[in-house]
Design a protein around this ligand. Sequence first.
Ligand code: MD6
Ligand code: FE
Length: 226
Amino acid sequence: MRSDDMKPITLDLFADAEVQQPATSQQIGEQSFVLRGFALPWLDRLLPALETVLRAAPFRQMITPGGFTMSVGLSSCGALGWTTDRSGYRYTPTDPQTARPWPAMPVVFLELAQAAALAAGFSDFMPDSCLINRYVPGAKMSLHQDKDERDYSAPIVSVSLGLPAVFLFGGHQRSEKSQRVPLFHGDIVVWSGVDRLRYHGILPLKDGQHSQLGAQRINFTFRTAG
Ligand code: MD6
Ligand code: FE
């Protein structure tokens, strides 16, 4: 736990909300950071691009190999998309629901992911997949490891939009105690290296209304999967 490492990287008390810059970077692990508000200046470009992606690949609730229906709605964009069904988890080049390639990753998605990775100290991040999760109140993500990617040396960049959530950031064993990290609209988590395979999850989303996104939380996770 390194929450005492919260430190200002920019400080402009008079910044217009429209051009708001990230106020703080909070270290949550040896190689993991929360960039508070980092995505806010990108929203005007991000949200229309998200709508385009979702028209081509709408959110769907997937079935886990164990036979449970996930409470979170999922979509993907980029060369590879993440899917799960009774036969397992995997990345695929086509959306099994439409039998078409996943929608291309919008340029603004890639630019934001690379800017966030760089701000956390990782240059040359080249994601080929963006998994998009939609949480409605009550939806959650159980503790899991992200281990379907081919190469664990690249970071994962995770963008939170809409309603706030509590991110559980655990250890390398499911039984280890988790930190609880609140994530708000516009926050980005970048994690890598020794933290890359830590267990993590999202507590059931609390009821609420977000002024821009309504009663939901949207999360993007950018990965180098293939
Ligand atoms: C979420 N995120 O924030 C779920 N995985 O809705 C994840 O499962 C996740 O945030 C890997 C890296 C960052 C993440
Ligand atoms: Fe994950």
